[in-house]
Design a protein around this ligand. Structure first.
Ligand code: GTS
Length: 293
């Protein structure tokens, strides 16, 4: 049977075609009567199986019905759908450089598992996560057996995987450009918050209009700011820009007051149904922007 499985019924294509021919010739009527209740177009081949899937908000419930002696015996099982997608985010208990990954996955309807690494463990001499990390840092992202580090590489990977990385070479380059702009702003914020906290955030906050005006202009040049940063489809750079806006709005609530397009962009993208569901979730609310003391 190997290599010749009839996909939906678990018997070989040859066996199935033969059985269907026999059915059309009027054979197997007794079987047909017995299987009528199963609403199959054709009487299933005895011993064959069919798959039942039921996707719910929670676990994926799957099962196989095995046809035998006029009955379909249902074997059901359920398992966590994150295991189906196999995505795992390994990171500190923070939004940080993993949050855009979460925004993409939730908006694209994917599930994932979080693997939290506490800072206290990370800074011990024998931290396995640290030893394995290609550049000695997190986040780490797993897609099944495939392991990736570097947050922006992860975003581009998901961008290509979900078709949100541009429709042409030039569109992809522009999306990359905006994403690099978000990265520059993120690094400036990281510097004031974590590397030089003693200097305070006043100057940073005062300089923010210079930073935001670049993104406001980018938005204005695409559909007058009514859609996305590039083109007419969402891209991974939109999610990254959204995340950096969320972070700034949380830290400096008035920072977008003179940026109507960025304000509208943040409201519009945040209200996409699946994204909104994630943004309202307890997991998101409980994850801080800066480490808890
Ligand atoms: N370029 C890397 C990326 O984009 O993934 C930077 C990753 C990075 O700086 N990670 C920090 C880290 O692992 C945590 S955070 O900046 O994302 O909060 N720090 C621990 C260490 O030992 O460097």
């Amino acid at each position: 049977m190997a290599g010749d499985l009839y996909p939906d019924h678990g018997v070989t294509g040859t066996e199935n075609r033969q059985y269907n021919r026999e059915q059309r010739a009027g054979k197997h009527e007794a079987d047909a009567a017995l299987y009528k209740s199963h609403q199959c177009e054709q009487t299933p081949h005895p011993g064959s199986w069919r798959r039942h899937d039921q996707r719910t908000q929670g676990p994926l419930v799957a099962g196989y019905g095995i046809y035998t002696q006029g009955q379909e015996i249902l074997l059901t099982f359920s398992f966590c759908s994150s295991l189906v997608s196999g995505y795992v985010i390994t990171y500190f208990p923070l939004r940080g450089r993993s949050e855009t990954i979460r925004l993409i996955l939730s908006d694209q309807g994917a599930k994932w598992t979080e693997e939290e690494v506490q800072f206290t463990d990370w800074f011990t001499a024998n931290c396995e996560h640290k030893k394995q990390a290609v550049f000695g840092q997190l986040p780490k992202f797993k897609d099944g057996d495939f392991v990736l580090y570097q947050s922006n590489s992860i975003l581009r990977y998901l961008g290509r995987k979900y078709g949100i990385a541009g429709g042409s070479n030039q569109e992809s380059a522009l999306i990359d450009m905006v994403n690099d702009g978000v990265e520059d702003l993120r690094m400036k914020l990281v510097r004031v918050l974590f590397y030089e906290p003693e200097k305070g955030t006043e100057k940073y906050e005062a300089d923010l209009p210079d930073q935001f005006s670049a993104f406001e202009r980018i938005l204005s040049q695409n559909s007058n700011g009514t859609r996305f940063v590039v083109g007419d489809q969402i891209s991974y750079a939109d999610y990254n820009l959204l995340d950096i806006l969320h972070v700034h709005l949380a830290l400096f609530p008035a920072c977008l007051a003179s940026f109507p397009l960025l304000t509208a962009f943040s409201d519009r993208i945040s209200s996409r149904p699946k994204l909104m569901e994630y943004l309202k979730s307890e997991a998101r609310k409980n994850r801080p922007i800066v480490p808890k003391k």
